[in-house]
Design a protein around this ligand. Structure first.
Ligand code: AMP
Length: 285
């Protein structure tokens, strides 16, 4: 696996790769890699063979400087995992490479997609995500971008970015990889106490039940049942929303949208855990 720290070296390499007519699949990450991230690498490789992964803890998407400082950076084990996964290139830049002095941000109208759910709890977060993903796409010019359904709102916003700027990249939304007991894999799970880890199982169980309930009862009841289930387990809820899967606004009628998802973030042991499930429709849009 090649490791590049500068934009110039990476681009020189990718220009050579393109001469051999290989297409490039790209997976942006912030490192602390787990099986969920690695499943994205597999998808990128199976699609195009030539796989680029970035590890960049993006300062512009963190509201809280402490959170940014404490973000795990186990680079040695990340490199090992990527090598095992037959990743071709790791791009591991410093912030000055991504945001040079002459860097112009990416200002697009997010049509309010960034305001509810995660956006309401993390003001400015999605503007930072859009800025870094656009910059990485400009640098790498991949044929395919693979991102996880785990971050449902993020995926929808990047889909909007690609559409509104007519970028020539194909976005694949990869399924959520879960632990055996259903908990969605996340770099944050290791911060849970044993008790918190046991509680956390209720999160996915509640979403799986919501999917069953969605064909049996009105959506407002699906939502109240889900909130009751999380409350019973003593789990603090930041939000639980049933949304139009493309526009991301809350809906109360299953017929209101072709794509419907339930998205939630809860707080256990001070750790924010995100999860979601598609209740209706095809995710690959
Ligand atoms: P992050 O490093 O947290 O920014 O995540 C990088 C990418 O991995 C994002 O597109 C996430 O949605 C995706 N991802 C994170 N956790 C999972 C998971 N459990 N299953 C699938 N994809 C995931």
């Amino acid at each position: 696996m090649y490791i590049f720290k500068t934009v110039a070296a990476l681009q020189a390499h990718l220009n050579e790769i393109r001469k051999t007519h290989q297409q490039i699949g790209f997976v942006p990450t912030m490192g602390a890699l787990h099986q969920g991230h690695l499943s994205l690498v597999d998808i990128a490789r199976n699609k195009h063979n030539y796989t680029v992964v970035s590890i960049f803890v993006n300062p512009t998407q963190f509201g809280d400087a402490k959170d940014l400082d404490h973000y795990p950076r186990p680079i040695e084990s990340d490199i090992f995992k990527l090598q095992q996964q037959q990743c071709d290139v790791l791009f591991w830049p410093e912030p000055s490479e991504i945001y040079p002095k002459n860097h112009k941000g990416c200002k697009i109208d997010l049509k309010g997609l960034h305001l509810n759910m995660e956006g309401a709890f993390r003001p400015g977060h999605f503007e930072g995500v859009v800025e870094v993903v656009k910059r990485l796409l400009d640098i790498i010019e991949p044929d395919t971008l693979v991102m996880g359904q785990k971050d449902y709102q993020q995926c929808a916003i990047i889909r909007h970015l690609i559409k509104s700027l007519q970028l020539s990249v194909n976005l694949i939304q990869a399924p959520i990889v879960r632990e055996k007991d259903g908990l969605a894999m996340s770099s944050r799970n290791i911060r849970l106490s044993p008790e918190g880890r046991r509680k956390a199982v209720r999160l996915s169980a509640t979403l799986f039940q919501a999917k069953k309930n969605a064909v049996l009862m009105p959506l407002h009841q699906v939502k109240s049942e889900a909130i009751k289930s999380l409350n019973e387990a003593g789990i603090a809820i930041d939000y639980f929303e049933i949304i139009d899967g493309l526009q991301l606004h809350s809906i109360d009628n299953f017929e209101q949208a072709d794509l419907v998802a339930a998205c939630t973030t809860v707080n256990i042991d001070g750790v924010r855990l995100l999860d979601n499930i598609i209740l209706k429709g095809n995710k690959d849009r």
